[in-house]
Design a protein around this ligand. Structure first.
Ligand code: NAD
Ligand code: UDP
Ligand code: UDP
Length: 329
């Protein structure tokens, strides 16, 4: 018996995966600080086509200006809390304000972005069979020093921390229930060129203050610690995670740990030796210490950061000088 039925036409997605060698990559939040550096790196590979979806809440077209009009690049003004229909092979899902002053500004929106936004990107990944990477945060670990637990936690960071926890949960549930390929990066404090100048984060604050000749504002007690990862190392880690075999969660960060007083002294020494350091009031719920254990990233991704704080700060200084219009004396 013979059948005269023609074989089914390949779906647009299958067509792209098997007949075309280009990789189509969606970057949500690609107009932001980390996202725009990620786009720069992805665009270096001529086989990549990059689509950015961003609502410009904390990001800006300016961060992507060198790609606007490029044939392998597309920029869409889009809010991830709304459904998105595109055909892609990979999704880097970064959309979410990262700085406390921005994510606390409209906490309900922050939760919607994390929950509904992540759900939409997972629905998209499911429909087109794409692999999706979420940029989660070290904040999911909370402040491990407070033990036993009193009732004094204010919850002002919850829209971000809890939002990311739900986003991680959704990722794993889509993975288990629908077989979506997922990757979860837990990002620790990252710094570098293109950070918002007035976003209130410590590295951007100290560098802008030093350049403007204003006192560096160390929030009390000043002994709290953070570990700062330069953005090129971060982007390298994210791409290795996406391309590798492991779902994560995997910590991506630089284990070099500094107190805020030490950071202020380093910025002072490198940028403006005569600047003052002022101790000021802190905000509620400030985590007292933070440093990533990167054993997993080293073993599973062969990744570790290369740029030391002392080498990264001058690169950021250069960018801030240009944007603030303050030249070196
Ligand atoms: P950023 O604020 O510079 O970038 C976030 C981008 O997302 C911006 O371009 C913003 O306009 C966009 N965005 C926000 N809400 C959106 C929405 N509803 N729809 C579409 N776009 C939206 O922040 P970043 O530092 O580049 O952070 C990127 C990601 O990394 C975030 O998911 C953040 O939570 C995570 N992260 C960053 C750090 C850090 O130190 N920078 C630390 C931990 C986690
Ligand atoms: N979604 C999207 N783009 C797509 C497919 C889905 O934005 O290409 C959204 C969709 O609107 C839904 C969410 O993703 O709100 C979850 O989709 P899923 O198919 O998992 O769930 P359902 O639509 O059945 O609720
Ligand atoms: N911080 C500071 N001076 C500033 C801004 C922040 O001393 O002008 C401190 C803050 O109290 C916290 C640390 O720097 O302990 C990191 O704060 P940031 O907002 O940069 O990041 P996150 O708290 O999200 O890690």
């Amino acid at each position: 018996k013979t059948t005269s039925k023609p074989p089914p036409l390949p779906s647009p997605l299958r067509f792209s995966k098997f007949y075309q060698s280009n990789m189509r990559i969606l970057v949500t939040g690609g107009a932001g600080f980390i996202g725009s550096h990620l786009v720069d790196k992805l665009m270096e590979n001529e086989k990549n086509e990059v689509i950015v979806a961003d609502n410009y809440f904390t990001g800006s077209k300016d961060n992507l200006r060198k790609w606007i009009g490029h044939p392998r690049f597309e920029l869409i003004r889009h809010d991830v809390t709304q459904p998105l229909l595109v055909e892609v092979d990979q999704i880097y899902h970064l959309a979410c304000p990262a700085s406390p002053i921005f994510y606390k500004y409209n906490p309900v929106k922050t939760i919607k972005t994390n929950v509904i936004g992540t759900l939409n990107m997972l629905g998209l990944a499911k429909r087109v069979g794409a692999r999706i990477l979420l940029t989660s945060t070290s904040e999911v670990y909370g402040d491990p020093l407070i033990h036993p637990q009193p009732e004094t936690y204010w919850g002002v960071r919850s829209c971000y921390d809890e939002g990311k926890r739900v986003a991680e949960t959704l990722m794993f549930d889509y993975h288990r229930q629908h077989g979506i390929e997922i990757r979860i990066a837990r990002i620790f404090n990252t710094y570098g060129p293109r950070m918002n100048i007035d976003d209130g984060r410590v590295v951007s604050n100290f560098i802008a203050q030093a350049l403007r000749g204003e006192p560096l504002t160390v929030q009390k007690p000043g002994t709290q610690t953070r570990s700062f990862c330069y953005v090129s190392d971060m982007v390298d880690g994210l791409i290795r995670l996406m391309e590798g075999e492991h779902t994560g969660p995997i910590n991506i960060g630089n284990p070099g740990e500094f107190t805020m007083v030490e950071l202020a002294e380093t910025v002072k020494e490198l940028i403006k030796p005569d600047v003052e350091i002022n101790m000021v009031e802190n905000t509620p719920d400030d985590p007292r210490q933070r440093k990533p254990d990167i054993t997993k990233a080293k073993e599973l991704l062969g990744w570790e950061p290369k740029v030391k704080l002392r080498d990264g700060l001058p690169l950021m200084e250069e960018d801030f000088r240009l944007r603030l219009g303050i030249s070196k004396e």
